[in-house]
Design a protein around this ligand. Structure first.
Ligand SMILES: Cc1cc2nc3c(=O)[nH]c(=O)nc-3n(C[C@H](O)[C@H](O)[C@H](O)COP(=O)(O)OP(=O)(O)OC[C@H]3O[C@@H](n4cnc5c(N)ncnc54)[C@H](O)[C@@H]3O)c2cc1C
Length: 477
């Protein structure tokens, strides 16, 4: 039996995870495993996962942690033999900026949504009207017919009122996605919310975890790695090379050509090379899939409709005497449209207290704070130089934090289109695209399809790897 050839386009965490699966996952490759080649446009693997040296340590410039209670990332790290490098988050809670002051977020929220009106009693920045809206949901909930899907905004605004929706819930849910709750599909982004809304009755009650009967989840909520999350794709790439995977960086795939009359059904073109393939895994952002494959099927062309939000992250190191953080918690959320004295609204959507979250980043002399800017409809950061952006963000931090003096060093990282947006109809679009791809021996993976975030992207990559393995076996038989 001859070995099949699989080319993976894109060496982000999804593409690398697909390669891990194609080469036997934890057991390693055998004589039937396909030849695997990964082609990555950037000069390094990892996509939006990246580390740099800053202020005497290795810091992440993309994701700095991942959900620990989803299995995918923790399992992969275990299979790579790196479980001992997992680090549990070392702080909990957060604050929110409301009416010109910081307020501690209550515990027991489900992705930013209260599960009882009592939780809001201590949040002084909310109006009486907002509290009454929560109390009403508990006693005489608003009826809502959500059908098969609705936007997160529609659900929380109808059930809990505008203030809670936009001032309290959007900063968390919309912030994670860099999107607007009025556009994001509950079914695709926050399925538990859709299920809760479909039950009718109180949204808050329906969102309460069924902890009375279920065993309590244990272990940390989030993990990082002691060398940074960005070390994960590097380690994975290293082990893949050891398994004989060919990894080419700094070369973009320019075309995927079907060659049914040749020995292989596909030819994968870069500017200077052509690689024949039996199966192709495409692990790039969705618009690239549409560009490479859209002419072959309308369902693949439709992927061009998945927009992506850009974001920038500005990390500050400030001497301990020059900065005071809010008393507790991992950071600060800032609602959209928060007035800014200079002009318009604040640009910062959240602050993360990096060395409070992660023990490996803690040093005696300084404090690390990371500011997030950018949403799907706020691209002001793209029109500013790094210096202008840093100065603007620092001046907002001087308002948001109890103390932040003008003594710091900083690093700016821009992610022009890092966060795909899942709008209504996303699930159908993805199902149709994957089905169309499968008929031409292509598997799709990445954070445009099955969820944004590291665990979801690893899961997506591994599923695509298994699909590609099945397709490759069909070829080899
Ligand atoms: C600022 C930011 C913060 C985040 N924070 C968190 C967090 O804290 N926790 C969490 O779990 N998740 C977080 N995420 C999300 C998470 O990082 C992503 O969902 C995940 O890393 C996406 O991986 P991917 O492989 O699907 O995509 P990508 O990382 O985008 O990889 C796609 C790859 O395809 C390559 N490519 C594109 N076109 C071509 C071509 N023509 N030829 C060859 N290669 C090509 C690209 O160069 C890229 O390397 C964050 C994301 C961002 C942007």
């Amino acid at each position: 039996m001859s070995r099949a050839s699989v080319v993976i386009v894109g060496g982000g965490i999804a593409g690398l995870s697909a390669a891990w699966e194609l080469t036997g996952a934890k057991d390693g490759p055998d004589e039937y495993s396909p030849r695997v080649e990964i082609i990555e446009a950037d000069t390094r693997v990892g996509g939006v996962l990246r580390t740099t040296q800053f202020a005497g340590r290795t810091i992440d410039l993309g994701a700095d942690g991942f959900l620990a209670r989803r299995p995918e990332a923790v399992e992969l790290i275990g299979e790579l033999g790196r479980s001992n490098e997992l680090e549990a988050i070392d702080a909990s809670g957060a604050s929110i900026w409301l009416r010109g002051a910081l307020h501690e977020l209550p515990t027991g929220l489900v992705l930013g949504i209260p599960t009882s009106s009592g939780q809001l009693a201590g949040v002084k920045g909310l109006s009486l009207r907002a509290r009454l809206a929560a109390a009403r949901d508990q006693r005489v909930p608003v009826h809502m017919n959500v059908g098969d899907d609705a936007t997160i905004g529609d659900i929380v605004r109808t059930k809990l009122g505008r203030e809670l929706a936009y001032q309290f819930i959007e900063p968390m849910v919309g912030g994670i996605q860099a999107g607007r709750i009025d556009q994001l599909s509950a079914k695709s982004v926050f399925p538990a919310l859709l299920v809760a809304a479909q039950k009718g009755g109180s949204l808050m009650k329906a969102l309460r975890p069924a902890t009375a009967s279920a065993p309590e989840a244990t272990g940390p909520l989030f993990n990082s790695l002691i060398d940074g999350v960005g070390s994960l794709p590097l380690e994975l790439a290293e082990q893949l090379r050891g398994r004989g995977v060919v990894l080419r960086t700094g070369v973009a795939v320019t075309a995927l050509r079907r060659t049914p009359s040749g020995n292989y059904p596909w030819e994968v073109d870069t500017a200077t090379t052509t690689t024949p393939a039996d199966v192709v895994v495409v692990a790039t952002p969705a618009p690239t899939v549409a560009r490479l494959l859209g002419s072959l099927d309308p369902a693949l062309e439709r992927l061009s409709a998945i927009p992506s939000a850009g974001a920038a992250i500005i990390t500050f190191s400030a001497p301990r005497h020059a900065i005071t953080l809010s008393a507790a918690g991992t950071g600060v959320l800032v609602p959209l449209g928060t007035p800014w004295t200079g002009e318009g609204s604040m640009m910062v959507t959240a602050l993360t207290f990096l060395d409070r979250k992660w023990a490996h980043l803690r040093l005696d002399d300084d404090v690390l704070v990371r500011a997030h800017v950018g949403r799907i409809d706020d691209e002001r950061w793209t029109r500013m130089s790094d210096d202008e952006l840093t100065e603007r963000v620092a001046s907002e931090m001087r308002v948001l934090l109890p103390r932040f003096e003008n003594t710091y060093s900083s690093v700016v990282q821009r992610w022009p289109a890092g966060l795909p947006q899942y709008y209504l109809g996303h699930d159908v679009m993805v199902t149709n695209a994957k089905a169309a791809a499968a008929t031409i021996r292509v598997a799709l993976c990445g954070n445009a399809y099955d969820g944004v975030g590291i665990p979801a992207s690893i899961g997506s990559g591994r599923r695509a790897g298994r699909e590609a393995l099945d397709m490759a076996r069909d070829v080899a038989l």
